[in-house]
Design a protein around this ligand. Structure first.
Ligand code: HSE
Length: 340
């Protein structure tokens, strides 16, 4: 079987996905039984290239490393939609930046692909948070599939765990650290760094969103909680109804006082259930050092799922990063090949 892959959004994550494809091609063939070709790469800044027979992936990796652009290749003619159809792709990896208000540009890319029977894996949280039901419906109507493992906890397989590993369990409560950037900043501030320096470092390391307000004002973890509410409970929640407080008001002094009391300040995102229904929130909380989420450092994420059959399950792993999120796309590609 051959999968023809198109990629839109060739920044940190998209480039890491291409590197992973190059690195794992033999494993994909020998262990998972499929060949792939990369037939299109499109990026707002780097332009759009297309080769129906598949690019030489090593040449592509080299060009991206050495030139940080796609000028080595002839630019394709036509807009994204025209080139995508001409490429013959049957799988689109969508890695454009998140916009929780409109979901664009990812929303249009994903809808167009699904409408044309092209399956999609996205790491873009906007379209999934805003319209996962619609997108699934379009996919179903056109014999395509939509995957989104990378939207929560990057490549740490939380969505897979919810779908497969915890099948049959009822989730009673969700509590987690769902944003790598803010956890990184809080950890750095504990070590004496300023908020500004820590944010800059998170941007350099590729954890932060293109607009870091999404992280520090907690739009990003709020979007992730919304995705979880949909996937776990099947409910649609209005983004604006989520109780959302970021870390911009957390000071060095607050962190020091917490430490004196054997506490740590963490940005906690969760879903609480009571007789009035489900309550989604993101807010800084002071946790005792013995709390399972208190020891999670840097860009690492963690989530505790309280279940009826297994009690508490805590999953800890990377929540951001180029290769870590590229892994989520690779996971989805393998899942697509398995179910095709
Ligand atoms: N900016 C996000 C974070 C990236 O820091 O968690 C991963 O979703």
């Amino acid at each position: 079987m051959e999968i023809k892959i198109a990629l839109v959004g060739c920044g940190n994550v998209g480039t890491a996905f291409i590197e992973l494809l190059a690195e794992k091609r033999n494993e994909l063939k020998n262990k998972f039984g499929f060949f792939f070709s990369l037939v299109m790469v499109s990026d707002k800044i780097k332009g759009t290239i297309c080769n129906k027979n598949g690019f030489d992936i090593d040449e592509l990796v080299l060009a991206l490393h050495e030139e940080h652009n796609l000028s080595h290749f002839e630019q394709a003619k036509g807009n994204f939609q025209e080139v995508l159809l001409a490429s013959g792709a049957n799988f689109l990896a969508e890695c454009t930046p998140t916009d929780f208000e409109t979901g664009e540009p990812g929303m249009s890319h994903i809808k167009f692909a699904l409408d044309n029977g092209i399956s999609v894996s996205t790491t873009n949280k906007g379209p999934i948070a805003l319209a996962i039901d619609d997108l699934k419906q379009i996919a179903d109507g056109h014999g395509a599939k939509i995957f989104c493992e990378g939207t929560v906890l990057s490549g740490t397989p939380l969505l897979d765990l919810l779908k497969n590993g915890l099948a049959g369990c009822e989730i009673l409560e969700v509590q987690g650290i769902l944003n790598g950037t803010t956890n990184f900043i809080l950890s750095q501030m504990e070590q004496g760094q300023t908020y500004e320096a820590a944010l800059k470092k998170a941007q350099l390391l590729g954890f932060a969103e293109a607009n870091p307000r999404q992280d520090v004002e907690a739009f990003d973890p709020a979007g992730k909680v919304l995705v979880l509410a949909k996937l776990i409970y099947g409910i649609n929640v209005d983004f604006n109804s989520i109780k959302r407080i970021g870390i911009t008001h957390v000071t060095k002094e607050m962190i020091e006082i917490a430490a004196k009391n054997n506490h740590r300040i963490k940005l906690i995102a969760g879903i609480h259930r009571d007789i009035n229904g489900l309550h989604l929130y993101v807010m800084p909380r002071e946790l005792e050092n013995t709390h399972p989420l208190a020891s999670v450092n840097g860009a690492t994420n963690a989530i505790t799922l309280t279940t009826d059959n297994l009690g508490d399950i805590t999953l800890i792993g990377p929540g951001a990063g180029r290769r870590e999120t590229g892994q989520a796309l690779l996971h989805d590609l393998i899942e697509f090949a398995r179910t095709k």
